[in-house]
Design a protein around this ligand. Structure first.
Ligand SMILES: *Cc1c(COP(=O)(O)O)cnc(C)c1O
Length: 291
C-alpha cells in the first residue's frame, strides 16, 4: 500500500501536489499540528476511528475541515470549522467520492481560501481569527487530555477505589456478602423462570403483572423490568416492576403500571441480578428475558 502511495505521489500529474510523509511520529506530528492553518481530514465514513490529530491542532489555532466522522460529528458547528459529508455511509461508491471531492474544492475555493486572504489594513484576517477564537474556546475544553483524565478519574477510577475501600472495610464484610450473593445468583439462575403473566389496558397505558419463580432467591436479589426497544418515533424505555407483598419462598408476583401510547407488545419483561453495591451489569451480566 505504501509503495502504491509513493508511486501515486510521483505521477507526473500529481508530483508537487501530494507529499507522502514517512515515519509519522510525535516529532513530526509536533511540526505539523503547530504549523498548519487548516487540518483537512477526508476519510470515507465510517473509517475515522476518532481523529486525534484534528484535536491536536485546536490548541495551536488551526481550524478543521473534516468528514463528519469520528470526533467531528460531535464537535462540528458552522462557527468552528467546515464539514464534509452527510453523516451517512456510502461504501466505496466512486460517484459519492466524486461528489465529496467537488464539495471539498467548493469549500476551499468559495469559503476557506477567501476567508483566509480577506485581510484588513493591518493584514489581519478578522473573520478567520474569529473562527480560531470560537474553535479554541469552545472545543479545547471538550477535546483535551485534561477532560479525558477528569472523566476517567471522576466516573471510573475514584468510584472504583471507593468501592474497593467499602468492600475491604471490616475485614472484608461487604466483599464477603457480595461473594455470597454472586454464589447464590450462580446457583439459582438456571432455575429462574417466568410463570403466568397478564396485561390490562387502563387509562393512559397498561398494568403488567407476572409471576416469577425465583429458585431460592429473594425479590431483593433481582430487578424485574419492562423493556421496549427504540422504534422509529420512540426512544427505548425501561420501567421497573415491583414485587407485591406475599411472596412465597418459591414464587413472587411483580407489577408495573405505566403510561404510554406504545402497543403493549413492544414491551418484554426481563430479570437481572441486583445488588446495590455491585457495578451492574459489568460484574454480573446475566439477564433472563421472557419469551
Ligand atoms: C496524533 C497522532 C496519531 C493519530 O493521528 P490521527 O490522524 O488522529 O489518526 C498517530 N500517530 C502520531 C504519532 C500522532 O501524534
Amino acid at each position: 500500500m505504501i509503495q502504491q502511495w509513493v508511486a501515486f505521489s510521483r505521477r507526473d500529474d500529481v508530483r508537487g501536489r501530494v507529499i507522502f510523509l514517512a515515519d509519522y511520529d510525535m516529532r513530526l506530528t509536533q511540526e505539523l499540528v503547530r504549523g498548519v492553518d487548516v487540518w483537512i481530514n477526508t476519510p470515507r465514513r465510517p473509517w475515522e476511528a476518532c481523529g486525534t490529530s484534528g484535536m491536536k491542532i485546536l490548541v495551536n489555532g488551526g481550524l478543521n475541515l473534516s468528514e463528519l466522522d469520528g470526533w467531528w460529528v460531535e464537535a462540528y458547528r458552522p462557527e468552528v470549522g467546515w464539514a464534509l459529508g452527510d453523516e451517512q455511509e456510502h461504501g466505496d461508491d466512486p460517484g459519492w467520492d466524486a461528489t465529496q471531492a467537488l464539495a471539498l474544492y467548493d469549500l476551499l475555493e468559495q469559503a476557506i481560501v477567501p476567508t483566509f486572504f480577506d485581510r484588513d489594513e493591518q493584514g489581519i484576517p478578522q473573520a478567520w481569527v474569529e473562527r480560531m477564537r470560537a474553535s479554541m474556546s469552545s472545543l479545547t475544553p471538550r477535546f483535551s487530555v485534561s477532560r479525558t483524565l477528569r472523566d476517567y478519574y471522576q466516573r471510573y477510577y475514584r468510584p472504583a477505589a471507593e468501592a474497593y475501600r467499602q468492600r475491604a472495610a471490616n475485614a472484608g464484610a461487604l466483599g464477603r456478602e457480595i461473594a455470597a450473593w454472586h454464589h447464590a445468583i450462580e446457583q439459582a439462575w438456571p432455575a429462574l423462570r417466568f410463570g403466568d403473566s397478564h396485561v390490562d389496558t387502563q387509562a393512559g397505558g397498561y398494568r403488567f403483572q407476572i409471576w416469577l419463580h425465583l429458585g431460592g432467591l429473594t425479590p431483593e436479589d433481582v430487578r424485574v423490568e419492562l423493556y421496549a426497544e427504540a422504534s422509529a418515533d420512540q426512544p427505548a424505555a425501561c420501567h421497573e416492576m415491583h414485587a407485591t407483598p406475599g411472596a412465597t419462598p418459591d414464587a413472587c408476583e411483580f407489577v408495573a403500571e405505566i403510561e404510554t401510547t406504545r402497543p403493549a407488545a413492544d414491551y418484554t419483561i426481563r430479570v437481572r441480578p441486583w445488588h446495590a453495591a455491585v457495578a451492574l451489569p459489568l460484574e454480573e451480566p446475566r439477564v433472563l428475558w421472557q419469551r
